[in-house]
Design a protein around this ligand. Structure first.
Ligand code: CO8
Length: 294
């Protein structure tokens, strides 16, 4: 760590307010990111301030995912990941657009050599490696990289006017951040093929029917509902939630036998936690469990 970075961290710690404020306002963010976020709004939500909240904030470009935005997204996720108060994260956009895709203007003149040599947009992957549960609250367009960003999250809630699509084919390219893989696993081969090969979009209702999203809400209610879901998750043991997330995600990677073996090991591991003991004891004593993430 550079001397300046170390100084910033120390100063941020000393200046830290007693009650956590939105990250956009804290000295910690100013130091570690070299200024306030430019492309996203970041704060903590919920009655207990235990839901990390990231709102994409490039309204004029319909939240097109430029490199700077995704870099900031990674920084915000890193901060929430190491914040012991935060037990779930919500990512949302605006009512018009969750995100209209990777930034086409930024990509327009790129060469193969630049993309391949520089591993173009590899850092997008950060969204899918967060250990804490992440909920996408999708209003409006979720197209191309926007749809892929939503699918990197663990749960997708949609506003009733949301539209999902992988229109890369219309630009002479194909999805590059998991669209062909995650969409196929979520909605099945026929619909995924149709979307990827035609560029046609599906509605929130179709997304719900096909299993891409778990709930559909009126537009204005969506974010509040996603935060409520985040609060519910954050009220459980954060340690055990991460284990549950790891186990469900393994279903995408492993054979049934390997997945069941991993699940069993993680299940056994919960017996090494104080939270497992507390959860079962609270049930027997007919009281609400108090989890301490231990
Ligand atoms: N990139 C850059 N700018 C965009 C994008 C985008 N993806 N989408 C919209 N904008 C800009 C427009 O250029 C316009 O800007 P300006 O006012 O300066 O001209 C502004 O946003 C508003 O857009 P529109 O005027 O087009 O708004 P409409 O309401 O008429 O249309 C649409 C909305 C239908 C969403 C339309 O904007 C559209 O089709 N956008 C492009 C959608 C698209 O093709 N997305 C896929 C992009 S490719 C991709 O995501 C690949 C991901 C690969 C990731 C790889 C990781 C390793």
């Amino acid at each position: 760590m550079s001397t300046m970075a170390a100084f910033c961290r120390t100063a941020a710690f000393l200046l830290r307010p007693a009650k956590a404020l939105p990250y956009t306002l804290t000295a910690a963010r100013s130091c570690s990111s070299g200024g306030q976020y430019q492309y996203i709004l970041v704060e903590k939500k919920g009655a207990n301030q235990n839901v990390g909240f990231i709102q994409l904030n490039r309204p004029k470009a319909l939240n097109a995912l430029c490199d700077g935005l995704m870099t900031e997204m990674g920084q915000a996720l890193d901060a929430f990941e190491s914040d012991s108060q935060v037990g779930a994260i919500v990512i949302t956009g605006s009512e018009k657009a969750f995100a209209a895709g990777a930034d086409i203007k930024e990509m327009q003149n790129r060469t193969f050599q630049e993309c391949y040599g520089g591993n173009f947009l590899a850092h997008w992957n950060r969204v899918s490696t967060v250990k804490k549960p992440v909920i996408a609250a999708v209003n409006g367009f979720a197209l191309g990289g926007g749809c892929e960003l939503a699918m990197m999250c663990d749960i997708i809630y949609a506003g009733e006017k949301a539209q999902f699509g992988q229109p890369e084919i219309l630009l002479g390219t194909i999805p590059g951040a998991g669209g062909t893989q995650r969409l196929t696993r979520a909605v099945g081969k026929s619909l995924a093929m149709e979307m990827v090969l035609t560029g046609d979009r599906i509605s929130a209702q179709e997304a719900k029917a096909s299993g891409l999203v778990s709930k559909v809400y009126p537009t204005a209610q969506l974010v509040e509902e996603a935060i409520k879901c985040g609060e519910k998750i954050a009220g459980n043991s954060k340690l055990v939630s991460s284990m549950a997330k790891e186990a469900v995600n393994a279903a995408y990677e492993l054979s049934l036998a390997e997945g069941n073996r991993l699940e069993k090991r993680l299940f056994h591991s919960t017996f090494a936690t104080a939270d497992r003991k507390e959860g079962m004891t609270a049930f027997v004593e007919k009281r609400k469990a108090i989890f301490e993430d231990k």
